[in-house]
Design a protein around this ligand. Structure first.
Ligand SMILES: *Cc1c(COP(=O)(O)O)cnc(C)c1O
Length: 400
């Protein structure tokens, strides 16, 4: 059979913007006409140190000349060092490396079921997740994602998943029914609208998990690696999760994911029980180690926190002035601006001003500046956002 003619070579999974990005440095990217854009998406919370950060670039260049890949059959020094550094910076004991956020969550779901069996609870096969959550696009992670639009057309999904309402106290009693192995949640729902968990609610949730030996898994794929003004978002909440997943910001754009667990849980992964070819290979682990090293420099996170607080204050001032903004939410540099028009309209208008942003659902403009953003760049962004708000306000004004 002849091939169908004139089809694009790429499958149509993305509705792409008409911008071709060919270069990046710091908070800026350049298109194929050499025009600069201020990038307040960070490649979707991935290039947290900005584009092509110097220190990471140097280490990766050195590694490029030495070794790219050798498989996980041998010890990989950069991987070991990165694991040790992650453990030192967190309350977890061991790390498993993979290639993406979905794979990190996949590993977490697998270890949760295995841990339950190892503890003598083979009946505990269920996972509790939350409405509006996002955990990935593989079969298992799509199955625990609380958004119908992600799942439609793919049933039957993974069984034994229950969705509760996020931040709703009265739903917490539904967690423990004797079959639940784990609760999985984002501490700030990213894709689902930039919704931070409420501290009291989270503490009640944790108490139920602890009392019943149900694993608490935090998906920090988007909130981790400094995004919220702490290295990990759980630090804001003073909780002790059993498992944490990371990816996006971990490799500054190199594909690496990680699943971290407390020792008792990690013990359920023994030789042969899980694995991956590429996961944490020399190149990506080097990028990860250099990234973490930068973020743990003295005063790095303090500066992020300060800049994010200043930014939020300026956004709140715009919210006071322009009724298009109904709410400013989020923690640190994971920011959602709820608007009374289609959020996508603002993204498009900002693009015309050469500023890149994202949406989270229909009514939230999601803003993810690099953690290395300067106050001048923030000022510039605020100016452009204000221009767009004025434009929208003018359009919406009734003509009399
Ligand atoms: C992006 C994201 C994922 C999926 O990560 P991939 O690398 O795209 O597989 C999972 N969880 C959260 C919270 C995310 O933001």
């Amino acid at each position: 059979m002849a091939k169908e003619e004139k089809q694009p070579a790429l499958m149509a999974t993305y509705a792409r913007f008409p911008i071709t990005i060919v270069k990046g440095k710091g908070s800026y990217v350049w298109n194929d006409k050499n025009e600069a854009y201020l990038d307040f998406t960070s490649g979707i919370a991935t290039c947290n140190l900005g584009h092509v950060p110097e220190q990471v670039s140097q280490k990766v260049h050195q590694q490029l000349e030495l070794l790219w890949h050798c498989s996980n059959l041998y010890e990989i020094p950069a991987q070991t060092k990165l694991a040790e550094a992650l453990i030192q910076q967190s309350l977890f004991d061991q790390v498993f490396f993979c290639n993406s956020g979905a794979e990190a969550n996949e590993a977490a779901l697998k270890i949760a079921r295995k841990y339950a069996k190892d503890q003598g609870h083979p009946e505990r096969t269920a996972v509790v997740s939350f409405k509006q959550s996002f955990h990935g696009r593989t079969y298992a992670t799509m199955s625990v994602t609380g958004q119908e639009k992600i799942q439609v057309g793919y049933d039957p999904l993974m069984s034994d998943v229950r969705f509760l309402a996020f931040n709703k106290d009265s739903d917490l009693e539904k967690i423990h029914d004797g079959k639940t192995a784990a609760v999985l949640l984002e501490l700030v729902q990213g894709e689902g609208g930039v919704n931070p968990a409420q501290k009291d609610w989270l503490h009640s949730l944790q108490a139920i998990c602890k009392a019943n030996d149900i694993l608490l898994i935090v998906d920090e794929v988007q909130t981790g690696m400094g995004r919220t003004g702490e290295l990990f978002a759980y630090e804001h909440y003073e909780i002790e999760p059993d498992v944490m997943t990371l990816a996006k910001g971990l490799g500054s754009g190199f594909p690496i994911g990680a699943m971290l667990a407390k020792g008792t849980v990690a013990a359920s992964f023994t030789p042969g029980t899980h694995g991956t070819t590429f996961g944490g290979n020399p190149l990506v682990a080097t990028a990860g180690l250099a990234t973490l090293t930068e973020m743990t420099m003295p005063s790095f996170m303090e500066e992020v926190k300060q800049k994010a607080a200043d930014f939020k204050e300026q956004l709140n001032q715009l919210a006071d002035q322009y009724s298009v903004i109904t709410k400013v939410k989020g923690i640190g540099f994971l920011i959602g601006i709820e608007v009374s028009v289609e959020a996508r309209k603002l993204v498009t208008m900002l693009q015309q001003h050469h500023v890149l942003t994202l949406t989270a659902g229909d009514s939230v403009l999601r803003i993810l500046p690099p953690l290395t953003v300067t106050s001048r760049e923030i000022e510039y962004f605020i100016q452009k956002l204000e221009l767009v708000l004025i434009e929208i306000q003018r359009e919406n004004k009734p003509i009399n």
